[in-house]
Design a protein around this ligand. Structure first.
Ligand SMILES: [Zn+2]
Ligand SMILES: [Zn+2]
Length: 279
């Protein structure tokens, strides 16, 4: 399995165009990996690639940019899993374009997996015309999406409850995709207790020591590390499992290089737009 992080920013792209905070100024000056677009993640099985994506988690506002940057093509997309109903993860406009595709016979049927709040955002779409089927996702109710076995876990992100962190298994590999969450509550730890991860991709909205905190519903440096340490203590990480950050705001004020220098001793890989994780 490969996990492709095409966009690794929190709700706002980094740098924010009107912002003069240290994080945004450094990102403008350095460019490269310090520039991040909004959250986008693809799962590749077998020979899948950006040109023939079959499995995707979230489809946010920067999808067109990712097509330009990475050659991403979604005409073969079979399964789209949504985490939650925030606008940096759900942008119904893209799905509305499916019915306008010129090559009608070319576009694959799409299974959309979403919780009730996301379904409300998608309510105006003509599913039949867009060749889509919607499936309701509820925390704790495992489901199978094509070749993926999926365990939906309840994230700590109550503003748009439920928000789902996905444990995804395919090709004998299990990966945790956990963004838009703070430190899990005990029922979620309990629901995840039998899972063993070959990789963890986890959000880190406040990436750095000096930024404004964003409350308990996103991670900062301390809560991110606390999650990792508890997973290690509970033997939830298989040997050599990469632990990767994504969904990073400018809040923490780190540039990419500063973040990597900070996180390397903790065994964390700092995500960036374009990072391909093979497990
Ligand atoms: Zn978000
Ligand atoms: Zn959110």
């Amino acid at each position: 399995m490969k996990i492709h992080l095409l966009g690794t920013a929190a709700a706002k792209p980094v740098p924010r165009i009107f912002c003069s905070c240290r994080g945004c100024r450094v990102a403008r000056r350095e460019g490269g990996r310090s520039l991040r677009t909004r959250s986008s993640t693809s799962i590749y099985l077998g020979d899948d690639s950006p040109q023939d994506v079959r499995y995707k988690v979230d489809l946010g506002p920067d999808a067109h940019l990712h097509q330009i940057q990475f050659g991403e093509c979604l005409d073969r997309l079979e399964h789209l899993l949504y985490t939650h109903a925030h606008a940096d993860h759900v942008h119904p406009y893209w799905l509305s374009l499916r019915r306008q595709a010129i090559a009608k016979e070319g576009i694959a049927p799409l299974q959309v997996w979403a919780n009730a709040r996301v379904m409300e955002l998608l309510a105006d779409l003509d599913l039949d015309a867009a060749n889509m089927t919607a499936h309701l996702v509820e925390p704790g109710k495992a489901f199978r999406a094509g070749e993926l076995e999926v365990v939906p876990l309840n994230a700590m992100h109550p503003e748009v409850e439920p928000c789902i962190n996905f444990a995804v298994t395919a090709e004998d590999t299990t990966v945790l995709l956990a963004w838009d969450t703070g430190y899990w509550d005990e029922p979620t730890w309990n629901a995840a207790r039998d899972l063993r991860f070959d990789a963890v991709i986890m959000e880190l909205t406040v990436n750095g020591p000096d930024g404004p905190a964003s409350g308990p519903y996103h991670h900062n440096v301390e809560s991110f590390l606390k999650m990792k340490q508890r997973m290690e203590a509970l033997n939830m990480l298989n040997d050599g499992a990469p632990f990767v950050s994504t969904h990073m705001g400018d809040n923490g004020q780190f540039s990419h290089d500063e973040a990597q220098a900070y996180w390397t001793p903790h065994g964390v890989t700092v995500g960036y737009d374009g990072l391909l994780i093979e497990v």
